[in-house]
Ligand binder design. Structure first.
Ligand SMILES: Nc1ncnc2c1ncn2[C@@H]1O[C@H](COP(=O)(O)OP(=O)(O)O)[C@@H](O)[C@H]1O
Ligand SMILES: [Mg+2]
Length: 278
């Protein structure tokens, strides 16, 4: 589920990444329908979606609720197969295959019987690195995530925001370069959410992973992303790809600039048109 590598060592993984081209993810005309299983009607969810994430790029997807954003992630993660189209990760066609991405689902999925520390090292444990080394790496990540002192706590002892940060640290510690983040902040209160946005922005600007990020918040997408795909109402098509021109490092003041506000209006009018058809 979380892209746990079964056979690859960390070393072959990082070699594979560094010797490949500049493309982290490429979707080419991916379509998906679901049938209701009774041989009756089928729901056409995704309609010929093409999109790409360059290596080290932060790309967001916004679209009406129910337009198929999570379905898109299930396809990229190989949990389900597309009806048509291909999915490539680091220039390798991986359509229908699991184990190529670091995936943080919409609900934080920490194992209740594992400590926070042992939850976040999960994906790395199978790569053969020593547990001692992993735990010390985890400790430094957990400290950055404001979870120092909770290494040996169990998930139920943490607030929702803290659990989300732990799940995020787990995704950051995954050996897979490409991260899929599905509305990671949607369950958080506004204050925690904006703290987490700033935190993610700083982490990403320092570590530059390839990220595909789903969000409901246009402002969040504009603050974090290099580019944004806007999806239509179901069946989802890409209606626009917006390049986000703001230099980095970015600060919250950016959200009050004229150019930011104009782009925000542009995106929200696109989304309103789509939601109107819902
Ligand atoms: N396994 C499935 N079987 C049938 N329908 C599904 C399945 N997964 C998702 N859907 C349907 O696909 C549509 C898109 O869902 P989803 O991808 O969760 O949207 P979003 O994440 O954009 O809100 C919804 O109508 C949902 O009911
Ligand atoms: Mg969703």
């Amino acid at each position: 589920m979380n892209g746990i590598p079964l056979e690859q060592s960390t070393q072959t993984q990082s070699m594979a990444v560094s010797h490949h081209s500049e493309m982290a993810l490429q979707l080419s005309e991916v379509s998906k329908s679901f049938s209701n299983g009774q041989g009756g009607t089928s729901v056409h969810v995704l309609d010929q979606i093409s999109l790409d994430v360059k290596k080290g790029e932060f790309v967001s997807i916004i679209g009406p609720s129910g337009s198929g954003k999570s379905t898109l992630f299930h396809l990229i993660g190989g949990l389900i197969k597309p009806d048509q189209g291909t999915i490539s990760i680091h220039d390798q066609i991986v359509t229908g295959e699991t184990g190529h991405v670091s995936y943080m689902p919409q609900q934080p999925a920490l194992f209740p019987w594992r400590t926070i520390q042992d939850n976040v090292i999960l994906a790395q444990e199978l790569t053969g690195r020593s547990k001692k080394e992993l735990r010390s790496e985890a400790a430094s990540w957990l400290e950055k995530a404001g979870l120092k002192g909770y290494e040996n706590a169990y998930p139920h002892m943490l607030s929702g925001g803290m659990q989300q940060r732990a799940a995020f640290v787990r995704a950051m510690m995954s050996p897979h370069e490409l991260m899929l983040l599905d509305e990671p902040f949607s369950a958080l209160d506004a204050l925690t959410r904006s703290e987490m946005q700033r935190w993610l922005l700083a982490q990403w600007e320092e570590y530059r992973r390839s990220v595909l990020f789903v969000t409901h918040s246009i402002e969040e997408a504009l603050l974090l992303s290099d580019s944004i795909y806007v999806l239509s109402h179901r069946p989802a098509r890409v209606i626009e790809r917006v390049q986000v021109p703001f230099p980095r490092p970015r600060r919250e003041e950016l959200t009050r600039s004229t150019e930011f506000v104009e782009l925000k209006h542009h995106l929200s009018s696109l989304l309103k048109q789509e939601q109107g058809q819902g």
